[in-house]
Write a protein that binds this ligand. Structure first.
Ligand code: NAD
Length: 480
């Protein structure tokens, strides 16, 4: 059986402890490969390699780093079909989605930051005629990047690309649920000529392997994407060590639909925002606030759109929703559907585990589920479910919509649907959310700041924000 090994100092290694974790394909329920179970000893090796590689990598001209990163982007593009299949088999999402979104975005992440570093500027301040200040931005050293399972290669590269581009060396850990594409990336990095030790990829459980990365004194910064409770644990270790931290955490995102919209068109997009990737995107809109005057019409349109999300074998072209990432997560999502009933909700469509015949008979599937009749403050509408479950919530006034939208502890993303430009901007300005989309969803420009408020995170990724995070500013003051 294939073994997913650690990539340290430019070579593949078995874990020091010799232990392996089963890697299950969620669409079939079968063990597909074995994952290195790394612990503190493996992290030591990776950090040593990264420290040794830092001097040469950080002093290489930006153009040199850029060329190597563009070569990696090119390799990902050349192997897009294989990577997409690996992503789907690991994560459960439809193959067409892996190709269209995950792998193509991994190419974009690498090439965006590879070229971004060729166009940076720095600040200079003339204090008076004889005094000049200028600010250097220098790489931090060894940094840690820890990513989740929902968009595996997409989010892994979203972190390592700015870290490497800025001249840092990296110890990175993908999720133990979806390690395959990061493992395949390591081979592509070797082929692309990335010097040994610049990027080290470790596999294993979060507290054992991720925790050892976070707690290692030589790791200067942690870029983490994952759950809010994990973010708290990481912060409790890294903050007393005064490490820089970028924490991209959970969400419970509102979608606000005002009564001036085209109902059919909007319902189509709102359903896409709720159920894409089995609802396993931190940006999915799971609280759908609908103005009461169009509520009935919108509910009918939403039921129809939700039912268009055909659940099935992720390898089939007409499948719109694949498998839930693993059995434990499937059971968690199903428990929230049960909770919705206990909290007085009505299931409008879906609500059950879906059994798929043939190759996927042992897989973990859930019907796309739409609920109504729940208050904005109940647990189903306050806690992150991270699956194909969305609730309709009626509202009367703009004020009420904004209050419900802002009523959770999260503040990651929000979407506003309206044809009234003042309402659109007025609402967007008042939402407690790091990202607001108006009449669209998941539209991304990699230059824009990305991240959440409140319990959804600390710091921003993307464009110059990411390069700033991965560098230390140093002001130099010169008396002429
Ligand atoms: P998770 O927090 O369980 O795990 C994320 C990563 O952290 C994994 O690699 C895991 O192994 C590691 N980890 C776990 N415990 C750790 C510890 N104690 N120390 C160090 N590392 C540890 O999250 P998940 O279940 O993989 O992902 C789902 C969550 O991620 C959801 O809450 C979702 O909203 C969030 N997410 C947020 C964003 C964003 O940009 N804000 C994007 C995607 C996903």
């Amino acid at each position: 059986m294939l073994r997913i090994r650690n990539y340290i100092n430019g070579r593949f290694h078995d874990p020091v402890g010799g232990e392996w974790i089963d890697n299950v394909n969620p669409a079939t329920g079968e063990v597909a490969s074995l994952i290195a179970r790394s612990r503190v000893e493996d992290v030591e090796l990776a950090v040593d390699a990264a420290r040794s590689a830092f001097s040469a990598w950080s002093t290489m001209p930006a153009k040199g780093r850029s060329e190597i990163m563009l070569a990696i982007a090119d390799k990902i593009k050349q192997h897009a079909e294989d990577l997409a299949l690996a992503e789907t088999n690991d994560q459960g999402k439809p193959l067409w989605l892996s190709k269209a979104v995950d792998i193509s975005r991994a190419v974009d992440n690498m090439s965006f930051f590879a070229t971004e570093i060729l166009h940076t500027r720095t600040d200079a301040y003339q204090t008076d005629v004889h005094v000049m200040n200028y600010t250097l931005r220098q790489p931090l050293g060894v940094v840690g990047c820890i990513s989740p399972w929902n968009l595996p290669l997409y989010l892994f590269t979203w972190k390592i690309a700015p870290a490497l581009a800025a001249g840092n060396t990296v110890v990175a850990k993908p999720s133990e649920l979806t390690p395959m594409t990061a493992f395949l990336l390591a081979e592509l990095c070797i082929e692309a000529g990335l010097p040994p030790g610049v990027l080290n990829i470790l596999h294993g459980y979060g507290p054992e392997c991720g925790g050892a990365i976070v707690g290692h004194p030589a790791v200067k910064a942690i870029s983490f994407t994952g759950g809010t409770s994990t973010g708290k644990t990481i912060a409790s270790i890294a903050a007393p060590m005064f490490k820089k931290m970028s924490l991209e955490l959970g969400g419970k995102n509102p979608t606000i639909v005002f009564d001036d919209v085209d109902v059919a068109h909007t319902a189509r997009h709102v359903a896409r925002a709720a159920f894409t990737n089995q609802g396993e995107i931190c940006l999915c809109g799971s609280r759908i606030l609908v103005q009461r005057s169009i509520y009935d019409a919108f509910r009918s349109a939403m039921i129809a759109e939700t039912q268009r999300f055909v659940v099935g074998d992720p390898l089939e072209a007409d499948t719109r929703m694949g498998a839930i990432v693993n059995e434990a997560h499937m059971n968690k999502v199903l428990s929230y559907i049960q909770l919705a009933l206990e909290e007085g909700g009505t299931i409008l469509t879906g609500g059950r585990r879906k059994h798929v015949d043939g190759r996927c008979a042992g897989g973990f599937f859930i019907e796309p589920t739409l609920v109504e009749g729940l208050s904005g403050t109940c647990r189903v509408n306050q806690e992150e479910i991270f699956g194909p479950v969305a609730a309709l919530i009626p509202f009367d006034t703009d004020e009420e919509a904004i209050a419900i939208a802002n009523s959770t502890e999260y503040g990651l993303a929000a979407t506003v649907w309206t044809t009234n430009i003042q309402r659109a901007h007025g609402t967007a300005h008042r939402l407690e959310s790091g990202i607001v989309w108006i009449n669209t969803w998941l539209m991304r420009d990699l230059r824009t700041p990305f991240g959440g408020m409140k319990q959804s995170g600390v710091g921003r990724e993307g464009g110059t924000e990411a390069l700033r995070f991965f560098t230390e500013p140093k002001n130099i003051c010169l008396q002429l």
